[in-house]
Design a protein around this ligand. Structure first.
Ligand code: 6PG
Length: 259
């Protein structure tokens, strides 16, 4: 099983900076090796600073954006222009500012009435793009993930059926908070990736981070985040100091000298 690499940075802005450097380094390497870079983006608030930074003058010229294809790890079942849409957040912070062509953006159709149908359509989009039939698992170059205070990731929530899915790549799920109906990539798809990166900030996440990275043997709680272990890939946790505050293990301290 993959040993996670754990990087800690002072604060959320430094996290965005380090994540931007890592994103671009992985992308440049993938484009050099295979001519493209296929990424599944995370939703939520944490990654938005990363997306805005990638579109900023100091980073935007460091990669050939037309070589990237953007997918999503999950989506809320709302229209793409809804305030809670992960697509909308990425479109406003990344795709729009960079002028990413719609042919390279593969969003989950959260607006469809039937989440089961939307999940099946998205799985078909992924399989077609990667040209990978059932039962093989497509291999994303990079999947970005966040972590909820309950240890959820993507829209894989504790105790939900989606967490148990071991065959399908994309399924409907239900959130206990906010927009209840979701569509999410599953652990088989996530664990098939070349590189999976968790971006986690804030003291509110310190408990699930500890529970996942340093589980107490006598009380291993089932955090969905603990199910993420790339089968043949790299697992990197980028934490700010507050999110790492309950860890006892040594972590790689990164202090970027970027402004
Ligand atoms: C979503 C994400 C979700 C998110 C966590 C953390 O659609 O919201 O997929 O898993 O990453 O809830 O969210 P924050 O970054 O906002 O804390």
């Amino acid at each position: 099983m993959t040993t996670p690499e754990i990087w800690t940075v002072p604060d959320s802005q430094q996290l965005a900076t380090e994540a931007a450097h890592f994103f671009l380094s992985l992308g440049q390497r993938a484009i050099a090796a295979q001519g493209h870079f296929r990424v599944a983006l995370s939703g939520g608030s944490t990654p938005e600073a990363l997306y805005r930074l990638l579109a900023h003058q100091s980073f935007r010229h460091q990669i050939e954006w037309s070589r990237l294809d953007f997918f999503f790890g999950d989506e809320r079942c709302v229209p793409p222009d809804h305030g809670e849409s992960n697509f909308r957040m990425a479109n406003e912070s990344l795709f729009g500012p960079l002028g990413i062509h719609s042919d390279h953006i593969h969003r989950i159709e959260g607006e469809l009435d039937d989440p089961e149908h939307a999940a099946g359509r998205y799985e078909a989009v992924i399989r077609k793009h990667f040209d990978i039939p059932i039962p093989s698992v497509p291999r994303f170059d990079l999947i970005l993930l966040g972590l909820g205070e309950d240890g959820h990731t993507a829209s894989l929530f504790p105790g939900g059926r989606a967490v148990q899915e071991r065959t399908r790549l994309v399924v409907p799920s239900t959130s206990p908070k906010g927009v209840r109906q979701r569509i999410t990539c599953t652990t088989p798809l996530i664990n098939g990736a070349e590189t999976v990166v968790f971006l986690v900030t804030g003291a509110a996440k310190a408990a699930p981070v500890k529970g996942i990275l340093e589980p107490r043997q006598e009380e291993p709680r089932e955090f969905p985040g603990s199910l993420i272990h790339p089968t043949r890939g790299r697992l990197v946790w980028i934490l700010d100091r507050a999110a790492a505050s309950k860890l006892t293990m040594a972590t790689e301290q990164l202090v970027s000298n970027e402004e």
